[in-house]
Design a protein around this ligand. Structure first.
Ligand SMILES: [Zn+2]
Length: 453
């Protein structure tokens, strides 16, 4: 007879390959799911009652920026992962920028790992960077345990993380293919964006509309075509971060049809905000590629609903409020704080408003990102032998996003004042409750590193 550490009972559980949650009990031993059955009778050290709640796999957010070490005034591993825990995310993959130094070699990787290990409330993996300055460091980053390499195809906005031109991308992808690792790209065509930006600036443009127009959808499409061609030439696995448009998704699908091993993600802000919202919200909703029209947003929902857009990641990219105040919208620092809101937004706008099944949303929010980035042996689904990373949600309850409920270093959000149906009640990381009804109850340093390779 098993002896569970935790016996989770009373809830409806979303199991792999089931369209809807079903009544089931979960037994947890040593942080892993040891049993799933309609009823478990073995003894347990602790029992958690999930009556009235739905149990989903904890989120795997493949795109966050915590900026520590070096820019911890922007965010930090403790504050960022507390926000993740409150949002039901149990594992993140953190980006090589905008920490200082950025994660471009073994030394900077070790510095980030030390910080993350000391502070994280949830588990984490790390992206390394791919820039013109560190092509000779990809091997050591891979050996050090990154899960892949992130490159910018346009100006990153920060001088210590240079954009990868075509030659750099080609060389980097060749290395990555040899190492068996994916390359992730910020896909906006540098030539198109810089030319339109220069033109707008020459005309004295400073408005939100002018900024949105300077980064058109065809710049995204063009960059995806380029990256996909390079991936095909090099045999590299390619991932396109924060796709903002249906045409961007189509460019990914077209490459897939040609045999390119390519995936993409979109972000909650593209799914729930429109260009009209950006005009109202201003700096809080500035990002690149920018937020598009309601019609484009509808295309993204359609692709998400039919599974062809397989991943949602937050691109949580915070900055201090004083970097968000310039009257010139081009000069305002870009990046949206959002990693605490992903699941509530998907439940409200996806499940409740659009009737997208929980199974589809859970695949995009947990299962697929885990599988795509090599974490799929232990993360992303509720199955025996997997880490007991679980989020308990009350689908019927609702909450209004308020600054006082946000765990970010700077509690700003473009979603303040929104009432969302579907509330995160409890989050478990490897069988331990880290968040419960508005309170962080876990410990910094509980999160463990999940190495790639
Ligand atoms: Zn990002």
């Amino acid at each position: 007879m098993a002896h569970f550490d935790v016996h989770l009972r009373g809830g409806l559980v979303l199991l792999p390959d089931q369209p809807e949650p079903v009544a089931a009990e979960i037994g947890i031993i040593a942080g892993q799911i040891a049993a799933i059955a309609p009823e478990l009778t073995d003894p347990a050290a602790a029992t958690l009652d999930a009556s009235g709640l739905v149990i989903l796999p904890g989120g795997v957010d493949a795109h966050v920026h915590f900026n520590e070490p070096g820019r911890s005034a922007w965010e930090g591993w403790a504050t960022g992962t507390r926000a993740l825990a409150a949002g039901g995310v149990t594992c993140c993959i953190e980006m090589p920028l905008n920490a200082s130094p950025p994660t471009l070699d073994a030394a900077s990787l070790h510095a980030k790992l030390a910080t993350a290990r000391a502070s994280a409330y949830v588990d984490f993996a790390l992206w390394g960077g791919l820039t013109p300055t560190n092509l000779d460091r990809l091997d050591e980053l891979a050996a050090g345990g990154v899960i892949g390499f992130k490159a910018f195809m346009c100006d990153s906005g920060i001088s210590d993380f240079q954009a990868a031109d075509e030659a750099t991308l080609h060389t980097g992808m060749r290395h990555a293919a040899r190492l068996g690792m994916p390359v992730a790209v910020h896909a906006e065509d540098e030539a198109i964006v810089s030319q339109l930006t220069a033109q707008a600036r020459a005309e004295g443009a400073t408005s939100i509309r002018a900024y949105l127009a300077s980064r058109p959808i065809h710049a995204e499409q063009e960059a995806i075509h380029t990256a996909a061609r390079l991936a095909q030439e090099t045999g590299c696995r390619l991932h396109v971060v924060h796709v903002s448009s249906g045409q961007g998704v189509q460019a990914v699908l077209a490459a897939q049809a040609r045999g390119v091993d390519i995936s993409c993600e979109t972000c909650p802000h593209y799914l729930v905000l429109t260009d009209a919202d950006v005009e109202q919200l201003g700096a809080l909703a500035k990002c690149a590629p920018p937020i598009r029209s309601a019609a484009v947003q509808a295309e993204l929902w359609a692709y998400l609903a039919d599974g062809r857009l397989p991943m949602v990641a937050s691109d949580h990219s915070p900055a201090p409020p004083d970097m968000k105040t310039a009257p010139d919208f081009f000069a305002v620092w870009g990046g949206i704080s959002g990693c605490q809101a992903t699941l509530p937004l998907l439940l409200d706008a996806g499940y409740h408003q659009r009737g997208i099944p929980l199974a589809t949303l859970a695949r995009a929010w947990a299962t697929y990102p885990a599988q795509r980035f090599g974490l799929g042996q232990r993360k992303g689904q509720i199955a025996i032998g997997y880490d007991a990373d679980l989020v308990l949600v009350d689908l019927a309850a609702q909450t209004t996003v308020q600054a006082s409920n946000l765990f970010y270093r700077h509690p700003h959000s473009p979603y303040l004042g929104r009432t969302l149906r579907g509330v995160v009640v409890q989050t478990l990381v490897r069988g331990v409750v880290v968040y419960q009804r508005g309170q962080i109850v876990g410990q910094g340093g509980w999160g463990v590193w999940v190495a790639g390779g």
